[in-house]
Design a protein around this ligand. Structure first.
Ligand code: LLP
Length: 466
């Protein structure tokens, strides 16, 4: 939860007279906090700022300008550690699609996680940044021949095969001396995830081989028939923002019998089972996260029970969290450019970013919270129901449709949006040539830039026609 503490206690922040806990209460209602806070664990609210990694967001905004993304290194690292502690016998593989840059790859590597990549770009960038290829898992429903060749050449640890044509292609690319380890991605027929666009455990979508249709068994057989491929195990990924353990247990109920069928038919016990990612985090106070301890306990227990029933050796588990590692470590900071009060009583707070840095509300109807930072607000100051909108040229460019903000919010104010670490910058676009925001890392009261702001020069450099 967002801890309230006197500003004078906080490193790097100007001393302030008193704690305005009522202000904190106003923007982060205490009664809404218990099930989970969207703020990094070490975040502190002072009377006029929120400190992340010991640095005030308004100080960062003044130094780096807005819109600005802030990433709390300690939060990323502690989330990596929490995964490794909760699942000591499993491989924890960070899903780079949530967010990747050199520093992120380095932190994840140092914390002992693997890396899930889903494009040649993510792969080459990670390896160039020094991430060991052997700890990389390569995904994709439509990998190009060039991407497959790069994966083989670089020595990627696992390639998750996702189509029959890919199996044939990979079998030619891999070398006879060094067979490529692969996982077969299966569709268990389990529905889970925050939006239809991210539900991949169900039939009739583009990922994986259906267990029910027999495609998964066919794919396994084809891989086993390729001497240059070594089948290490099965993979499945259900979807994203899954707060319950149940769907993962249902998945085991369908996947372990397939492992047994493979053993019966081919006489081999596959040593690995990758359950993908999808672990939920709270975006607003009170929302639930996937309980990692419960996940570990119940998944391990069900796996052991099913394997015993089918007289199978228990395969080594892998999980691929993306959002749950980096999402809550990020905060977006925007400057308010305009405030409008409508006849219907609504307050639109327009900021200097929007759907080009966070397309999630427009794409998935994702809901966030927001808080005013950078100036003190009296404890009894009136609040208003505000709608935080972006600066892009469409009415659907809404960042936070409903949030309580001080009624006197005005141009020049700063607004911070937590849980901005996953699927914001990695999905950011060049819409309206606004330019993607910079990212700074914060740690122990200091900040450093990880990604610089995208400028008009960047756009001009690509514009080589005429
Ligand atoms: N493994 C595989 C094979 C995946 O496809 C994904 C996400 C993950 C792991 C990591 O999932 P996570 O733990 O981050 O939920 N843009 C959407 C999410 C798309 C997820 C795609 N695959 C969003 O912003 O909600």
């Amino acid at each position: 939860m967002l801890v309230t503490r006197p500003a004078s206690d906080a490193a790097g922040h100007a001393a302030a007279a008193s704690v305005a806990s009522a202000v904190a209460a106003a923007v982060v209602p205490p009664d809404a906090v218990p099930a989970g806070s969207p703020w990094p664990a070490g975040a502190l609210r002072t009377d006029q700022d929120v400190l992340v990694g010991g640095v005030g967001l308004s100080r960062l905004a003044a130094r780096y300008a807005t819109p600005l993304y802030v990433l709390d290194e300690a939060e990323v690292r502690s989330r990596c550690r929490a995964y490794r502690r909760a699942l000591p016998g499993a491989d924890v593989v960070y899903a780079a699609k949530a967010f990747l840059c050199g520093a992120m790859a380095e932190w994840v590597e140092q914390e002992g996680l693997g890396l899930d990549v889903c494009s040649g770009g993510e792969l080459e960038h990670a390896v160039t940044c020094g991430f060991p290829a052997g700890r990389i898992v390569m995904h994709g429903n439509a990998k190009s021949p060039e991407e497959l060749a790069a994966a083989v050449r670089l020595g990627v640890g696992r390639i998750v095969v996702d189509s029959f044509s890919e199996i044939a292609r990979l079998a030619v690319l891999a070398s006879p001396e060094r067979p490529q380890d692969v996982l077969v991605r299966v569709v268990p027929g389990v529905s889970a995830g925050h939006h239809a666009a991210v539900r991949t455990g169900v039939e009739e979508q583009k990922f994986g081989f259906s267990i029910a249709a027999g495609d998964a068994a066919d794919a396994v057989e084809r891989v086993l028939n390729q001497p240059r491929l070594r089948l290490a195990g099965l993979h499945c990924h259900l979807g994203s923002q899954i707060a319950e353990v149940g769907p993962y247990l249902d998945t085991l109920d369908r996947v372990v019998p397939l492992l047994a069928a493979i053993r019966d038919r081919h006489g081999i016990a596959l040593p690995e089972l990758d359950l993908g990612g999808g672990h939920a985090v709270p975006y607003r106070a009170g929302e639930s996260a996937l309980d990692l301890a419960e996940f570990a306990e119940r998944v391990n227990a069900r796996l052991a029970e099913l394997c015993a029933r089918h007289r199978l050796a228990v395969p080594r588990l892998a999980v691929e969290p993306g959002r749950a590692v980096v999402g809550p470590a990020g905060v977006a900071v925007y400057r308010v450019l305009a405030v409008k009060h409508t006849m219907g009583g609504r307050t639109f707070v327009a900021v200097d970013g929007g759907m080009s840095d966070n397309p999630r509300p427009a794409l998935y109807d994702a809901r966030y919270t927001a808080t005013l930072v950078g100036r003190a607000v009296a404890a009894d100051a009136p609040l208003t129901d505000a709608c935080v909108v972006g600066r892009h040229c469409e009415a659907g460019d809404v960042l936070v449709p409903e949030v309580r903000l001080p009624a006197d919010i005005r141009a020049g104010d700063l607004v911070a949006v937590p849980v901005a670490g996953a699927y914001h910058l990695s999905m950011a676009s060049g819409y309206n040539l606004v330019g993607r925001p910079p990212l700074v890392a914060v740690r122990d009261g200091a900040s450093r830039m990880l990604l610089r702001r995208e400028t008009l020069d960047d756009f001009r450099r690509r514009d080589i026609g005429r």
